[in-house]
Design a protein around this ligand. Structure first.
Ligand code: S3P
Length: 182
């Protein structure tokens, strides 16, 4: 029997935090955000971690957070950083923690949302658009493969997205995938 947690994965700007908070509220679950947990444990912003310690240190911190969540999380909606599912080890932990939902949004929507972003190191600097498009194309198949369920968020209200996640949970989407029938 899976633990009662919901894990949201997807590209930067796909709405993981906003959907996560509303979903946690609707289910009366706790809301957790892996980026916020890392910032708290390192005592600095993600942008500073990238700048001062390097991306590899941040990726290691992501795995440590998942190890902690594996022990401690229950009845939680967990929003994860966009790069989290890329490491196989992380993907494995996620499935031990709960049911994994991919919030899918189109690259044009994401680029528009990240237009004025100053917080995300990977969305900063020159050739931003080109780099994000490339990263998106590389990651899309990984998100789809890791997720128990993919939610197309394009043009949908938060209310509708949450309803779809709740419905999928009721339908046992994680067990379907484990049974290989998806
Ligand atoms: C990252 C996404 C960010 C954050 C970090 C790296 C990524 O989180 O973890 O800047 O590699 O896509 P969000 O997806 O919440 O923006």
């Amino acid at each position: 029997m899976k633990k009662k947690n919901i894990i949201l994965i997807g590209f930067m700007g796909c709405g993981k935090s906003t959907v996560g908070k509303k979903l946690a509220n609707a289910l009366n679950y706790q809301f957790l955000d892996t980026d916020a947990m890392i910032e708290e444990s390192c005592g600095k912003l993600i942008s500073k971690i990238f700048e001062e310690d390097g991306e590899a240190a941040f990726r290691q911190a992501e795995t440590s957070v998942l190890q902690k969540l594996k022990e401690e999380a229950n009845r939680s909606v967990i929003s994860t950083g966009g790069g989290m599912p890329l490491k196989e080890e992380n993907a494995r932990y996620m499935h031990e923690i709960g049911t994994v939902f991919f919030l899918e949004a189109e690259i044009e929507t994401i680029l528009e949302r990240l237009q004025n972003d100053t917080q995300r190191p990977l969305a900063a600097g020159e050739d931003r658009e080109q780099r994000l498009k490339k990263l998106y194309a590389e990651r899309l198949p990984v998100y789809r493969a890791v997720a128990d369920s993919c939610i197309d968020t394009e043009g949908k209200s938060f209310y509708r997205i949450i309803q779809e996640i709740e419905q999928d949970m009721e339908d046992g989407c994680d067990e379907r995938k484990e049974g290989g029938k998806k």
